[in-house]
Structures are given as structure tokens and as C-alpha cells.
Design a protein around this ligand. Structure first.
Ligand code: AMP
Length: 113
């Protein structure tokens, strides 16, 4: 837990969020400023600032994070329509909350890249 981190506070239950599910390692909650009809964030409870700070010891946790994305998609019925997952890493990529999180977004059209 990092004292000034909003996602650590959500994980600790100190700040409210629309939580879809949680376990000992990860939690999934709805983004407070959604950019798609469905916009969920999946985070590790452990404070990892970004993917750039993930260590080899985090291997299993990172796997759980992606399986958490799959669970969001399954539980919200996103698989047929498709969903986009994004991990912004660093300010230059648009990261604004410095606690690793995966965006899971669905229900609108996307362009690429
Ligand atoms: P990023 O720009 O990739 O760091 O994404 C951070 C995301 O966190 C943004 O989409 C914000 O809308 C979202 N966010 C920030 N604070 C909260 C909060 N208290 N509850 C839910 N989502 C949040």
C-alpha cells in the first residue's frame, strides 16, 4: 500500500468504487470516467507503479491480472462483441494513475492504431 495512491486506497476499501470482483491479489472495478459503454479497470492489490516496474517475481500476479481481464469479459458478456485492453505505461503514453491497471473496454467502435 502506497499512502497517496488512489488505487491502493480503493484496494484497501478506503475509497469507494463500483467493484465487480476481488480476491487476495486483484480487483476489478468500473472506471469513474468511462470512455466506452463498458469500461472496467483490473488492478493488482500490490502497488506496482506501472508495467515498467514489474519484476520477474510478479510473473504469477501478472498472469492473474490477465485472467482477471478474461473474467470481466466473461461475466459482463463482452466476448462476442469483442473488447479492447489497454495498459498505459508512463506519462507519455497517457498514464495518469501510477498503479498498474488494465483497461477493459467494450461497446463502441475502435480505430487502430
Ligand atoms: P490511465 O490514464 O491509463 O492511468 O487510467 C487511469 C484511469 O483511472 C482513468 O481512466 C480514470 O478515469 C480512472 N480513475 C481515476 N480515479 C478513479 C477512481 N477513483 N475510480 C475509478 N476510476 C478512476
Amino acid at each position: 500500500m502506497t499512502a497517496d495512491c488512489i488505487f491502493c486506497k480503493i484496494a484497501a476499501g478506503e475509497v469507494g468504487a463500483d467493484v465487480l470482483f476481488e480476491d487476495d491479489d486483484i480487483l476489478a472495478f468500473r472506471d469513474v470516467r468511462p470512455v466506452a459503454p463498458t469500461h472496467v479497470l483490473v488492478i493488482p492489490r500490490k502497488h506496482i507503479t506501472s508495467l515498467a516496474q514489474a519484476d520477474p517475481e510478479d510473473q504469477a500476479l501478472l498472469g492473474k491480472l490477465l485472467l482477471g481481464v478474461r473474467r470481466v469479459a466473461d461475466e459482463l458478456g463482452l466476448v462476442e462483441a469483442g473488447y479492447r485492453t489497454i495498459i498505459n505505461t508512463g506519462r507519455g503514453a497517457g498514464q495518469t494513475v501510477f498503479h498498474l491497471h488494465v483497461h477493459v473496454m467494450s461497446g463502441r467502435a475502435w480505430t487502430w492504431p
